[in-house]
Design a protein around this ligand. Sequence first.
Ligand code: GTP
Ligand code: MG
Length: 318
Amino acid sequence: MKPNNNRNNNKEEKTNPSQNAAQPTSSPQAQAQAAVQWFPGHMAKTRRQIKENLPLVDAVVELRDARVPESSHNPELNALLGQKPQVILLNKCDLADEAATAHWLSQLRGEGVCALAVDCRSGKGLNRFAPTVQDLLQELLQRRAEKGMKGKPIRLMVVGIPNTGKSSLINRLAGNIRAQTADKPGVTRQNRWYPIRSGVPMELLDTPGVLWPKFEDPAVGDRLAFLGAVKDEIMDVEALATRLLALLAAGYAPRLVERFKLEETPEALAALPPWQLLDAIARKRGMLLPGDEADTFRAAVILLDELRGGKLGRITLD
Ligand SMILES: Nc1nc2c(ncn2[C@@H]2O[C@H](COP(=O)(O)OP(=O)(O)OP(=O)(O)O)[C@@H](O)[C@H]2O)c(=O)[nH]1
Ligand SMILES: [Mg+2]
């Protein structure tokens, strides 16, 4: 996330249009009011295209963010995908708490779901991908072999919410073909097929990230926004950062103290109003505006950037 001067001016709809612009964004009132929501027209279109493409594929690969394995699951997918075989990849496992990832994997597998933890940036865990898909599609592959269609590529549709690493997975598997990737949501704008020629022959369909029209639980919207699945440009970044600080002060206080060299003890952080904590972080990093005012906007941008980049250590929020 780039620091810029885009302090709440943007072209797309804001998350909370009713918010009084004159009110300090990081005030407790603003925090209580704010709610994340982002479902632009291209997501509705992708949702339709997923349905249309479903008959063309043998299975669906759902990418989730290992730091939020539950919140990053689009609840609409179940109905959309019907009985199509599915593999769930908990991606970015390099950034998630290892014990939590192990817990989530065993929970998913306990529910009969085919799931793997992977890191599509380094490729860690992906050696299990093709064998897992082959296991999942054993009967289909057997039938194809009997009909003399052994070499027919396995067709997979890669789906998931924005920024979970769908295009990175394809690049890792496809080698030299490059799907565009970046650490911001909404990078892939259209469906595109990528052939995988090495190892098990596969064809992967990259799709744009899709959210759903309403987060029933505002905490889900927050977690997705903290990790960059929602456009920062449509949000009040300071209010978002204060809600993140409330969560981190409760669960990861020593990391905050260490990272931002705070004076408070980890125990004291939980009692501190989050906007005061954001102010302290700004001051500790020398982010000051004229009149000795803390630049809490810049501090919010930095905090979110550092969380997303793993600078606060491995964190799981679900
Ligand atoms: N640390 C880490 N970063 C990853 C991993 N996988 C992907 N990324 C990064 O996450 C960001 C998003 O990756 P993309 O592949 O563009 O994600 P996407 O799901 O295709 O995103 P949209 O097309 O916007 O929906 C990029 O900066 C990737 O380098 C991973 O396993 N670990
Ligand atoms: Mg993409």
